[in-house]
Structures are given as C-alpha cells and as structure tokens.
Design a protein around this ligand. Structure first.
Ligand code: NAG
Ligand code: NAG
Length: 387
C-alpha cells in the first residue's frame, strides 16, 4: 500500500520534471529560430539530452514496477529476526507463508497458526522456523498433575484438556480419534513392536537380543523418525531404560501432545531436514511408515545418509515397513541402501496387500542394518595408493 503510493508520487514527479525540461528545451529552440538568418538549428545541449534520457528511463522503469504486482514488504518482525539469526534457505522459497508466520503482534499471544502456517512451512523444509516474540497459546483449563498418566501406556484416556483442539477439527477428544492412528494405548499400542505376525515384524525383545549379539548394545539413545505418538520410545524406555526421541508432525491429529503426555520427547522436525542430533550420538535409528516411496528418491538418499551421520559406529538402522513398487526395490532402493555399506542383519520383503498396494504392485521392506564399526576410507581417498 505505502510502496504503491510512493511509486505513484515518484511517477508524477518524473512526469512533471520531463514536461518542465521539454518546455525549457522547446523554448530554447524557438528563441533563436526567431532570427531566420541562421541556416542550421542550434544543437540541443548534451546535458539536457542526458537528463531527458535519464528521466524517460526512470519513468519506464517505474511504470514497469507499477504494473507488476509488487509483493508487500516483509513484516518488521521478520526483518528484525533475519538480522539477528539466519533463516533456513527453504523458508525464503515460501515468502507468503513466511510472511504470514511472522505477522503477529510482538509480546502478545501468538496467532493459532500451528496447523495452518507453522506445519505447512515445516513440511516445505523451512526448519527450524524463525523464532517469534509472542506467547504460544496453551489450553484454557490448567491440567491437574493427577490427570497426567504415570505410565506411557495409560489405562485411561489421555486428558483432552491437554490439547488445544482446532475449532474446525471434527475430533476434539482423544477418544474420537481413529484407533489405528496410534492413540489406542490400551490394546493396539501396548502390543506394537512386541508381536511377530510376519517376517516384516521385528519384535523389540528380538531387536535387543540381536543388538547384544552384534555388539550394538546397550541401546541407550535412539531416534525414531516419523514415530507418531512415540510408542517405540515408550517401549524402549520401559524395556531398556533407553532415551528415544521421536520426530513427529501433527498432521491430522495431536501426535506431539500425545507423545509428551506419555513422557517421551516429540521433536517437531520434518523428514527432509537435517536431523537435529549430533554426529555419532545414536545407538539406533528407526524410520517409520511415513518414510516410503512417496518421498523423492534423492530426499530418501539424503535422509539415509543423515541417519548414518547420527549413528555411532556399530549402531543399528531399522528401516521399518518401507514400501515401494516391487521393481523399484530391485533397481532403486536396494542399491541405494546397499551403498551405505551396512551389514544386513535382517532383510524381509512382503507384498503390500491393501488396495493401493495391490493396485501399484507395492512391497514392504523391513531391514535391520548395522553401521560398520570402523570407517573404511574409499580407496585412494586418503592418498594411500591403490588396492
Ligand atoms: C531401569 O533403571 C531403573 C533405575 O535405575 C532400574 O531399577 C531398572 O532395573 C532398569 N530397567 C532396565 C530394564 O534396565
Ligand atoms: C506377491 O505378489 C507377486 C506379484 O503380485 C506374486 O507373484 C507373489 O506370489 C506374491 N507373494 C506372496 C507371498 O503372496
């Protein structure tokens, strides 16, 4: 708005200036022409021509600016923040969302935009989000400490008052959420990761035994990528006193709130960004169901190499029910995983028998892989000659 008015004013000034200069030019030409004795016209002074050119160029530049709808200026909070702290480059690829995210009243309650703006930005790779100076909304009724579950598999439903349910959401209670989303803590979740129904399953007691035998034990720290409500973290906490952090998004349901209520840490991090964990820190990394063929192959490749980065030497990578087309497993994903150079402890492939799986000829892969205990430098990489 302000920019548009400024442009109009500049345009007006430039036009007035041109007209005045043209008048001056004409009058200085006409004056000598009063005496017809001159056979050739008096040349126009160079500086005048130069100024006219400059003004014409300015006018055409301004009119071009004026005709193209110029974006509104960034919010002052964003400008201030950008000076204090750099923003991940993917954020600037989505200026409209970023502008919406950073348009708020400082020192006041933040807008309720987690689902409408913050997660859409995160899912587009804008991670970490810029910081804001406002108060994140909290549920209206304070939670009594006694209503917090004391066990990660609580026998009574999680307290609904712990979630700021979106007003438009069809579900505003944990009991209303579809049980298969990971919110059934009484029957589905307690047995998840424990039973062996097909070769695609890797029950945790077996995993811990394998870890012992493979020299990967104890599993003290782990990362569960796209781990929903944190059920793996809950199990490994009970079974092995392990600390597991879970990356999760609130797409369609309050996964992060549920994980936090269960006493396990939810990391609000998208799949395509560097895992917020230091190199070589983890004993185990699991990739969940959200890691599948819908993610572009190069993004999967970067994800796997980032998992490698955070795994300690000898650590375990558990690819849990990754799905893709059967042919792609042979030609694309198998070789891609093979390039990590990990030891295959488990490699199980099974048909994906749901409607979409049958339609696209998809298969599941569950793999347990071990990172080499010693780094083997590529031949020639260290200047050590040829093998
Ligand atoms: C976990 O830690 C507690 C407290 O140190 C201990 O009593 C318990 O036996 C440990 N559990 C396992 C499975 O290691
Ligand atoms: C899996 O699907 C393929 C192709 O549809 C079929 O040939 C194969 O027999 C199936 N395997 C099992 C174990 O059902």
């Amino acid at each position: 708005m302000g920019l548009g008015m400024g442009l109009n004013l500049l345009l007006l000034l430039a036009m007035v200036a041109t007209n005045i200069l043209s008048l001056y030019h004409l009058s200085s030409l006409r004056h000598p022409s009063a005496s017809p004795s001159h056979s050739h016209p008096i040349p126009v002074p160079d500086h005048l021509l130069h100024q006219l050119h400059t003004i014409r160029a300015t006018i055409s530049h301004l009119s071009r600016l004026h005709s193209a709808p110029s974006p509104p200026p960034p919010p002052p909070e964003l400008l201030l923040f950008s000076r204090l702290s750099p923003i991940a480059s993917s954020c600037s690829d989505h200026p409209d969302l970023l502008r919406r995210f950073m348009t708020y009243t400082p020192f006041s309650p933040c807008p309720r935009d987690t689902l409408s703006v913050a997660e859409p930005l995160l899912l587009r790779g804008c991670h970490p989000l810029p910081r804001r100076r406002c108060f994140s909304p909290t549920p209206p009724t304070p939670l009594a400490p006694s209503s917090l579950p004391s066990h990660p598999f609580p026998s009574s439903p999680l307290p609904d008052a712990a979630v700021l349910w979106p007003p438009t959401s069809p579900c505003r209670s944990f009991s209303c959420l579809p049980p298969n989303l990971g919110f059934d803590f009484r029957s589905t979740e307690p047995s998840r990761f424990l039973s062996f129904r097909s070769a695609l399953d890797l029950p945790l007691p077996q995993l811990l035994t394998i870890a012992n035998a493979a020299g990967a034990a104890p599993i003290r720290l782990a990362l569960d990528i796209a781990g929903g409500t944190g059920t793996l973290a809950a199990h490994l906490k009970l079974m092995a006193n392990a600390t597991v952090v879970t990356t999760t998004m609130n797409l369609g349901a309050p996964y992060s709130e549920a994980a936090a209520l269960r006493g396990v840490v939810p990391l609000h991090a998208p799949l395509q960004q560097r895992l917020p964990v230091h190199d070589g820190a983890m004993d185990l990394v699991r990739t969940g169901h959200a890691v599948n063929r819908w993610i572009p192959v190069p993004a999967i490749e970067f994800l796997l190499y980032d998992a490698d980065r955070v795994l300690k030497a000898g650590g375990l990578l558990w690819i849990d029910r990754f799905f893709c087309k059967a042919a792609d497993l042979q030609t694309v994903y198998g070789p891609l995983i093979g390039r990590l150079g990990y030891k295959r402890i488990k490699w199980a492939v099974g048909n994906k028998t749901d409607a979409s799986g049958i339609k696209h000829g998809e298969v599941y892969l569950t793999a347990l892989l071990q990172k080499p205990k010693q780094t083997t430098l590529p031949v020639g990489g260290g200047g050590s000659g040829k093998a």
